[in-house]
Ligand binder design. Structure first.
Ligand SMILES: *[C@@H]1O[C@H](CO)[C@@H](O)[C@H](O)[C@H]1NC(C)=O
Ligand SMILES: *[C@@H]1O[C@H](CO)[C@@H](O)[C@H](O)[C@H]1NC(C)=O
Ligand SMILES: *[C@@H]1O[C@H](CO)[C@@H](O)[C@H](O)[C@H]1NC(C)=O
Ligand SMILES: *[C@@H]1O[C@H](CO)[C@@H](O)[C@H](O)[C@H]1NC(C)=O
Length: 160
C-alpha cells in the first residue's frame, strides 16, 4: 500500500465562550508517517441535552468545493442508535480515541486524543488530494462550535 492519509490542518472556533471552551485543538506530528489530532473541549453549562451535527465534506480544487456529503443529524439519537451511514463511518474512525461514547447529556470535558488516520481507518476510494471535513455542532438551535479538519493522501516515498 503506497499511500496513506494524514491530517494537514485543523481550525476550531467556539461561538459562545460562556458555553464551549477549547482547551486543546491541534495537530502534532509524531513521526514521518503519523500526525495526531487532539481535541479537548469543556462544556461549561452543566448539561447539554440537545446536539445536532452538520457535517460537510469539501474537496480542494481552487479553494474548497462541496463534495459528496452535506447532512445534519441528531447526535443524541445517533449515539443511542447509530443510523446515518456516513456518520457511522466517521464515528468508527475516532471512537477508540474519545470519551464521546455515550448519548446525551454531555457535560464537562469532551475529548479526542491522539487520533491518527491511516488507510485502514478510513478506506475510501478517493484520489490523492486534500479534503476538509467541517463539523458544526448545533446545541439548542445555535451553532456553538465548528471544527474544520483537513487531511490528505500522501504517497509513501520510502517504498519507491
Ligand atoms: C451561550 O451559552 C449560554 C450558556 O452558557 C446560553 O445560555 C446561551 O443561550 C448561549 N447563546 C446562544 C446564542 O446560544
Ligand atoms: C482536558 O482539559 C482539561 C482542562 O485543561 C484537563 O483537566 C483534562 O485532563 C484534559 N483531558 C484530556 C483527556 O486531555
Ligand atoms: C468512555 O470513554 C472513557 C474515556 O476513554 C472510558 O473511561 C469509559 O470507560 C468509556 N465508556 C464506555 C461505556 O465505553
Ligand atoms: C470551515 O470550512 C468551510 C469550507 O471551507 C468554510 O466555509 C468555513 O468558513 C470554515 N469555518 C471556519 C470556522 O474556519
Amino acid at each position: 500500500d503506497a499511500a496513506s492519509m494524514r491530517w494537514s490542518n485543523v481550525i476550531c472556533v467556539s461561538y459562545n465562550k460562556s458555553w464551549v471552551r477549547f482547551n486543546e485543538c491541534r495537530l502534532k506530528a509524531v513521526s514521518r508517517q503519523y500526525v495526531h489530532f487532539n481535541l479537548n473541549i469543556t462544556l461549561i453549562q452543566s448539561s447539554t441535552k440537545e446536539v445536532r451535527v452538520h457535517q460537510q465534506l469539501f474537496k480542494r480544487e481552487t479553494g474548497y468545493k462541496p463534495f459528496l456529503m452535506n447532512s445534519i443529524y441528531d447526535a443524541c439519537k445517533f449515539m443511542r442508535k447509530p443510523f446515518d451511514p456516513i456518520a457511522i463511518m466517521i464515528f468508527k474512525s475516532y471512537r477508540k480515541f474519545t470519551n464521546i461514547n455515550h448519548t446525551c447529556p454531555f457535560t464537562g470535558h469532551v475529548f479526542i486524543k491522539d487520533l491518527y488516520l491511516s488507510t485502514e481507518v478510513m478506506r475510501l476510494p478517493l484520489p490523492t488530494v486534500d479534503y476538509l471535513l467541517s463539523i458544526k455542532w448545533i446545541m439548542y438551535r445555535n451553532t456553538q462550535l465548528t471544527t474544520n479538519i483537513s487531511y490528505q493522501f500522501v504517497e509513501d516515498l520510502i517504498f519507491k
